[in-house]
Design a protein around this ligand. Structure first.
Ligand SMILES: [Zn+2]
Length: 76
């Protein structure tokens, strides 16, 4: 199971979480409870030497409304 590293944009809390590839990315920070988590791609052992490519990638299209769950009816 891959180890993912998360960082909270709100309080800068960082932690690691074991998740399956199919698991959805975490959103809520366990420290401040803000929905400001960002998944870093580093802890899993493939630390690319290019810096920051994942930041621009992950920021866009990141919906932070976990409140209205259950309406994910996007075509699958
Ligand atoms: Zn936080």
């Amino acid at each position: 199971m891959p180890l993912y590293e998360y960082r909270c944009d709100a309080c800068e809390h960082e932690f690691e979480a074991l998740q399956k590839m199919s698991d959805e990315a975490l959103v809520h920070c366990p420290a401040c409870d803000e929905a400001s988590l960002r998944k870093l791609v580093s802890a899993a052992g493939f630390r690319l030497k290019g810096d920051g490519w994942y930041e621009t990638d992950f920021k866009s299209g990141n919906k932070r409304n976990i409140a209205d769950s259950g309406k994910d009816s996007s075509a699958k």
